[in-house]
Design a protein around this ligand. Structure first.
Ligand SMILES: [Zn+2]
Length: 131
């Protein structure tokens, strides 16, 4: 298995960073958050014991070093897969562009044929009139 990779991206200033997490402590300021309580304690009907709801862990958040806004690390589980998907998206775009061009080409061809047919018809009319 490869190393864990995280990506930070700031929506506000477009700052981005890809990291394996080891340099985050030294280069970024983390916002410390306390866990959110999961709700009121409940009483278990069978055991008559009080169940305290588990707290919900908060995602870690950091300060954007460029603009100070919040940035969240996004785990890239498979960098190769990510690259492949990006490549596929590019190829799809290129194929769509090619398709658009071929449609335009076809329309041009059709227009030329229509013009040719019209010219021919006009010529026939002229011939008929001059007889
Ligand atoms: Zn920023």
């Amino acid at each position: 298995m490869g190393a864990k990779v995280y990506r930070f991206y700031c929506d506000y200033c477009n700052w981005k960073k890809i990291t394996d997490g080891t340099d985050v402590k030294d280069t970024m300021n983390e916002y410390l958050t306390s866990p959110i309580p999961g709700g009121a304690p409940k009483l278990d009907e069978k055991t008559k014991k009080v169940i305290t709801s588990k707290s919900i862990p908060q995602p870690r958040r950091f300060k954007c070093p460029q603009c100070g806004r919040l940035v969240f690390p996004k785990k890239i589980t498979n960098p190769q897969e990510e690259m492949r998907l990006k490549q596929e998206a590019l190829e799809r775009e290129a194929a769509a562009e090619k398709e658009r061009l071929s449609v335009m080409e076809e329309m041009k061809e059709r227009a030329e044929k229509a013009l040719e047919a019209e010219n021919k018809a006009a010529k026939e009319r002229t011939t008929w009139l001059s007889e």
